[in-house]
Write a protein that binds this ligand. Sequence first.
Ligand code: NDP
Length: 311
Amino acid sequence: MDVRPVIIIGTGPAGLTAALYTGRAMMKPLVLEGHEPGGQLTLTTEVDNFPGFPDGVLGPELMANMKKQAARFGAEYLPVKATAVDISKRPFKVTTEKGDVFHAQTIIISTGASAKWMGLPKEKELSGRGVSTCATCDGFFYRGKVVHVVGGGDTAMEDATFLTKFATKVYVVHRRDSLRASKPMQERAMKNPKIEFIWDTEVTEILSDTAGVTGIKVKNLKTNVVTERQTDGLFYGIGHTPNTGFLSGQLKLDESGFILTQNGPETNVPGVFACGDVQDSYYRQAISAAGSGCQAAMKAERWLESEGIAH
Ligand code: NDP
C-alpha cells in the first residue's frame, strides 16, 4: 500500500500554504484541489490586504502563484474532490469522487466555507443575472443601479458599504430590528447616505424577466404585509457554511459545522489538522488562512517526527 506522508484537502490560501510548507519539509504533499481550485479568492478581483503587494494583486493571480510556488517544492495536485475520509484508524483513508482511494499518515483539511443561499425559487438560475453571494466579485456590474442586500451581520454591512461605490442606492433587508454586525461596521453602514435599512423583513420571492432580476417581494414579519420592490440586484450576505459534509461526523465540529481546533490547527484526531475558513468563522482573511496553513504543515511534520514516521 502506498501511504503518503500528507494529503491536503482543499486549495485556498490555507491549503496552498500548507502545500508549500510540507513540500519544503520534503513531505511530498498530495493536494486534492476540489471543484473550486484556489477557493473563494478566485471569486474576487483586487486583493489589497495581502501583505507584500503594495499595489494590490488579483485574487486568481495570487492563488495561481501560490500553487506554482508549492509545486516548485514537490506538491502534487489532483483536480478532484474528496468525498469521504476514514480517520478512525491509521493510515488514514481519503476517497475521491472518482472512487480512487489514497492513504496518508497525516491529513490537512482546508476545504474552506461557501456562501449561504436563502433557498428561494429561481435563485440559483438567476445567479450572475441579478442574484449574487459575492459583492466584491459582482459589485462592479451594478454601476448606477439599485440593489438590495440581505443580512444583518458583518458580511452584509461590508457588502452594503462596498456596493455604494457602484450602486446609486443600497437597501439592507434584515429579518430583525437590530444588527448582529460589529459596532464599527454597523456605524459605517448607518452613516452612509446611500444605505437604507428595511427592518423586520424577509425576502419571499425574486421577480425576474428574461434579462434577469427586476424586483423582489418582501414580507414585514411584524405586520405580515407583503410588498414588491424594484431592484437590479439581490446580494446575499447571510453567512457561510463550512465545507465539512464529507467528514460525516468523524471530527468534532462547533454548532455551525466549523471544525473545532486547539493549539492552532489540531483537531480532536491526532494526525488530522485543519486550517483556514473550515475552522475559522471569525477572521476569514486570506492572510489568516495562509498563516494557519503554515501552522498545520509544521504541526503535521512535527507529529510525524514524534510518531517516529520517516518521510
Ligand atoms: P453572521 O452569521 O454573523 O450573520 C449572518 C446574518 O444573516 C445575520 O444577521 C442573520 O440574521 C442573517 N441571516 C442568516 N440566515 C438568513 C436567512 N436565511 N434569511 C435572512 N437573513 C439571514 O455571518 P457573517 O458572514 O456576517 O459573519 C460571519 C463572521 O465573519 C462573523 O464573525 C463576522 O464578524 C466575520 N466577518 C468579519 C468581517 C470583517 O471584520 N471585515 C467581514 C465579514 C465577516 P440574524 O441576525 O437574525 O441571525
